[in-house]
Unconditional design. Structure first.
Length: 366
């Protein structure tokens, strides 16, 4: 029996986007008969309580003192700044994860977070036969993403290629998203959901970690009493938020509160506009769905950089207060013009990435 190509996907549970990008790649790779996929998490390299503590502190910083995150992000992005710290952390994590890596013995590694990219860059010094691909899951490139020994980088847009040294191989295929986003079935989905053609359906997403003030946003929109506005709030796995919003808005027939759902791609493709945070993967899904993109209070660091890029090149609108946000929604609801978005070429990003890495691997081995 012919040996299957073993692909290791390495992500980090810091925000859901890195893991979802890896899962999208996994979904596509599993359609190949000659591929075996392992999805690893670098937090598994050390005791669970350390990972839980790190995540709790990380989220607290984002909520309570985002300026501290901004300071750390900026320091790490300077040419002479924190590269020594990056290398120290990555070498230490490689030692902790060596048992896992020796057990898996991958042929191809795809990293969807900067830290596993750095770890595997050092791993390749002793295992040069391994193909290392790195997916940058933002519309910006922080210096911690840039590592030696990477065979190919995959970025969200061709305008990001210049952020890398000239000798690096960089492919602008887009951030990997689920295959459902490649389907063109918005009209049938609206009919399935019972949404009228005259309605403007507004998704409110990204509040799962409590970083998007969904209650304030929905309350502000409700005060406008826009007759043709339907609000769909998706809370993800945050059951507490879902219960809180359901209790407050259960009497409003124009507001629907949803928890975790596997229909998120369908809702996004069928809706008209979205209010959310500008995470890299979410932003790619929004662009693939041709939604009118309203970004609310991007956090310092990569979110603000993402927001600037998306506003400049894809027509996203960025708001820092609910007054301006509500005014924008009013304009959308009152407009009779058909919104034309900047074309996005990343709908088939996952398929293109998988074809590329497997093709490169097979060419080297033939």
């Amino acid at each position: 029996m012919k040996k299957k190509i073993k692909v290791l996907l390495l992500s980090a549970p810091i925000g859901s986007g890195h893991q979802m990008a890896a899962e999208s790649i996994k979904e596509e790779l599993l359609t190949y008969d000659n591929v075996e996929v392992v999805h690893g998490n670098i937090f598994s390299f050390f005791p669970k309580f350390l990972g839980d503590t790190f995540l709790a502190v990380y989220l607290w910083i984002l909520k309570a003192c985002p300026w501290l995150y901004q300071m750390t992000y900026s320091w790490g992005n300077k040419e002479s700044g924190s590269l020594w710290l990056k290398n120290f952390i990555n070498r230490a994590l490689l030692q902790l994860g060596s048992g896992f890596l020796n057990k898996v013995q991958p042929d191809i590694v795809m990293a969807t977070h900067a830290t596993p990219a750095g770890i595997m860059s050092f791993y390749k010094e002793k295992h040069p036969e391994v193909f290392l691909g790195v997916v940058v899951t933002d519309f910006t490139v922080h210096r911690w993403w840039i590592c030696q020994n990477v065979d190919a980088y995959f970025v969200a847009d061709e305008r990001l290629i210049s952020k890398f040294p000239a000798h690096f191989t960089v492919q602008a295929f887009g951030i990997p998203i689920r295959s459902a986003f490649a389907l063109d079935n918005a009209a049938s989905l609206r009919s399935t959901f019972g949404w009228d053609a005259h309605e403007k359906v507004c998704l409110v997403m990204g509040g799962g970690e409590g970083l998007l003030p969904m209650e304030d946003i929905i309350s502000s929109l409700n005060k406008c009493a826009l007759a043709n506005l339907r609000i769909l709030a998706i809370c993800g796995r945050n059951a507490k938020l879902q219960e809180q919003l359901s209790r407050k808005f259960n009497a409003n027939s124009r507001v629907e509160i949803i928890g975790f759902t596997d229909k998120a791609p369908d809702y996004m493709k069928a809706a008209d506009l979205i209010i959310t945070k500008p995470g890299g993967l979410t932003s790619s899904e929004v662009l693939a769905s041709s939604l009118q993109f309203l970004i609310y209070k991007p956090l310092p660091g990569q979110e603000q950089n993402n927001a600037r890029f998306l506003a400049e090149h894809f027509g996203a609108k960025v708001f820092e207060n609910t007054t301006e946000l509500v005014a924008a929604v009013k304009n959308i609801c009152s407009s009779t013009e058909v919104q034309t978005n900047t074309p996005y070429h990343g709908k088939n990003s996952t398929e293109r990435i998988c074809e590329y890495i497997l093709g490169r691997w097979l060419r080297v081995k033939s």
